[in-house]
Design a protein around this ligand. Structure first.
Ligand SMILES: [Zn+2]
Length: 703
């Protein structure tokens, strides 16, 4: 027995009290679909959600019975939790603590946080939960399967997902407590050598060696249907490796059949081919078929109903190669897409407004792929704000990928959500315009920000994509540039680990600079293109600057004082932009507070100085970011960026604690269902509450 966990440590593992429960609003976008599109969306949604049970199995052994318990209890008491409390002889507070846990559990599809991979445990006392369980024999039976696993226990390592050999939990290696990291590497590397892809697999240790469980509806696919004809090998050390098909077979079968139904409502041949390959993959376990579905998916450009489904992201496998089930169905936001395409059309006029000459810019602007979607269904352990898939490098390089932002995820807000760091006088304008401001920001960031700029290169020995005899003049030094990319060098290879955050920062600054242009605000429907800092377009611009400053403060949550490192590329970028605002001087921006602990910290940002002081500070920073990138000047870029990212004692010891204190629980989303009524597909929405969340799952009765 290990020593029990002290109560202070335990606190960080308690469920959110209460969690922030919000609706994933979709109605107008769903209603705008044709009947046929609605059927396509419906069958794909069913397929996505069916995999939620796979997600549960991928989190922890107890997640599946806990899920079944939450649903069974709700059905037994017909959603009347007040009555349940009375019948079980517990208080309303007890039952609320249970409901808070249930909502967070469903929002993470398991009892470990999808963001952070640590366990969360109910605040309801064990004896009270037991009393609830005793309300029916079904709940009692389920309760017995998890009663020893739902709470924190005595072993802190078990409160985190990770390699079993390090004492952590991972059901990617089910019933294999003794499997070592070396075992996992050995089998994984062996199969990689055989060119078997790992995303839809799990590994189980047996007496003879290892079973590689492959998700498929069929337990015995024909050799010709499989990615490998052989299915059993003996490793040099004598251990056996055996492929075992049919993992999650019930779910995979149901998923494949609904994919087949969706195919009947496909909008084009590409969707037909895509759904065929999906079905083939889910029936037989072939990931080569899955890769073909992804090639088709990329070709399906700008569909009314967008969807991707399968074993996608590998964050949660401690070994980092096995995928979690994920599926989404979404609608293209037509208005936003139109504003974005106007922005792309206007790019040749807008890019020259940026603080560098044409020599540092591409000859012709190529807009990156970017769409804004509204999510109907997202099955998985959590909902991201954007997606960039597929992850297969060969497909990304040869065919491409899709880059989407999920509009209704980004804009979802809990009722009465606090807005820390914004002054009372600004709250009304900020709350009214932060979403439109963010939309402008995202469009400029993605399309023009990541889209603009040229890397000055020696493309082959002695060949240059700029005039080497008469090199461009750096606007920073006023002298001809002396650095550039050598043959074989790329942006990523020169800037290394700095590249991701630095590029996000460059894109954010492009958006902050161009957002000051009133003709751009007009493209998004604000004003007539004339300068109007005190009118509505000015409200949008002011909100954009406040939002960036606030994000720069909130970013400190993602800076780790132990390693003194930034854990998140965008957060680091936003912190440096906040510092840039502050460096522009107190005439423009300042942090203000009265209380010693900074609990009343607010941002003062002068609206009528955005166009002169704010914009020029951003442009000066952006110019350096851009020119250093363009000219492969890693040393200068690193020095500047690390200086601005440095978290000084004031930010570490004063601001960061205030940020953590104001931190809101992570949102969990209540999603709608689609049902077929009188030959039509109808949307069913639920209340943004724990009971509403549970009800939405109860009605996914196939799950
Ligand atoms: Zn970006």
């Amino acid at each position: 027995m290990t020593a029990s966990i002290d109560s202070e440590t335990l606190k960080q593992y308690l469920a959110d009290d209460p969690p922030s429960i919000v609706n994933l609003a979709i109605k107008p976008h769903f209603e705008a679909l044709s009947d046929k599109e609605k059927f396509y969306a419906h069958h794909l949604s069913v397929a996505c959600f069916t995999g939620s049970r796979i997600v549960l199995r991928q989190v922890s052994p107890e997640s599946e019975p806990i899920y079944d318990f939450i649903v069974a209890l709700h059905e037994h008491i017909a959603g009347d939790y007040a009555k349940a409390a009375k019948d079980a002889g517990i208080s309303q507070d007890d039952v609320d603590a249970y409901l808070n846990y249930a909502a967070q559990f469903l929002g993470n599809m398991g009892n470990y946080k999808s963001f952070g991979d640590s366990k969360f445990v109910p605040r309801i006392e064990p004896s009270k939960l037991k009393a609830l369980a005793q309300l029916s024999s079904a709940t009692q039976r389920l309760y017995e399967q998890f009663e020893n696993a739902i709470y924190a226990g005595n072993d802190i390592a078990k409160l985190h997902l990770g390699y079993p050999s390090a004492g952590h939990v991972s059901t990617y290696y089910p019933e294999s407590p003794d499997i070592t990291k070396e075992d996992i590497s050995g089998v994984s590397d062996f199969l990689e050598g055989k060119r078997l892809l790992p995303e839809n697999t799990r590994i189980r240790q047996t007496k003879e060696g290892f079973e590689v469980l492959i998700a498929s509806a069929t337990k015995h696919p024909w050799a010709a249907e499989r990615d490998l004809e052989e299915s059993e090998w003996t490793l040099p050390d004598g251990k056996k490796v055996k492929l075992v098909f049919g993992d999650h077979n019930k779910e995979m079968n149901f998923i494949a059949s609904h994919i087949g139904e969706a195919k009947l409502y496909a909008a084009n041949d590409t969707q037909v081919k895509m759904t065929e390959e999906y079905a083939k993959s889910f029936l037989t376990g072939s990931l080569e078929a899955y890769k073909e579905s992804q090639r088709q998916w990329i070709k399906d450009k700008g569909p009314a109903v967008e969807s991707d489904i399968g074993f996608v992201e590998t964050y949660r496998d401690p070994h980092g190669i096995r995928g979690e089930w994920e599926g989404f169905v979404a609608m293209v936001n037509k208005e936003r897409t139109e504003a974005f395409s106007k922005l792309v059309e206007a790019a040749p006029k807008l890019i020259p407004l940026l603080p560098w000459k044409a020599e540092f810019e591409k000859d012709t602007f190529l807009s990156p792929d970017f769409t804004s979607l509204e999510v109907l269904t997202f099955a998985g352990s959590g909902i991201p704000a954007g997606i960039n898939i597929p992850n297969y490098d060969d497909i990304r390089q040869n065919i491409g990928f899709k880059n989407v932002s999920l509009g209704n995820v980004l804009s979802a807000k809990a009722p009465n959500e606090k807005v820390p760091f914004i002054k009372d006088k600004d709250v009304d304008v900020y709350q009214k315009y932060r979403d439109p401001a963010f939309e402008v920001q995202v469009g400029l960031h993605e399309l023009l920000g990541h889209g603009c700029g040229k890397l000055l290169q020696e493309t082959a020995p002695g060949e240059y994509n700029f005039d080497i005899k008469n090199p461009p003049i750096s606007p920073i030094s006023g002298k001809p540039i002396t650095t550039y990319y050598k043959p074989g060098q790329t942006w990523g290879s020169v800037f290394g680990p700095l590249a991701a955050s630095y590029e996000e920062c460059r894109a954010e600054c492009v958006a902050m600079a161009l957002g000051c242009d009133f003709s751009i605000l007009q493209l998004f429907g604000f004003g007539d293109g004339k300068e109007d800092i005190n009118g509505e377009p000015g409200d949008v611009l002011y909100s954009a600057y406040l939002q960036m400053a606030r994000a720069g403060i909130a970013a400190l949550e993602f800076w780790d004082p132990k390693s003194r490192k930034w854990g998140q590329a965008h957060s680091q970028a936003r912190f440096t932009i906040l510092r840039t605002f502050l460096n522009a001087g107190v005439e423009f921006c300042e942090l203000e507070w009265k209380d010693d602990d900074l609990s009343d910290l607010t941002i003062r940002l002068e609206r009528d100085r955005i166009l002169d002081l704010g914009r020029s500070a951003v442009e000066e920073y952006l110019q350096k970011l851009h020119i250093y990138k363009s000219t492969a000047d890693y040393d200068a870029g690193k020095k500047m960026y690390e200086e601005l990212s440095n978290v000084e004692p004031f930010y570490e010891n004063k601001v960061r604690p205030a940020v953590l204190q104001n931190k809101q629980p992570r949102k969990v989303f209540v999603q709608a269902n689609t049902v077929i009524e009188n030959d039509k597909v109808v949307l069913k929405e639920y209340e943004p509450s724990a009971a509403g969340m549970i009800q939405s799952y109860v009605e996914r009765e196939w799950l």
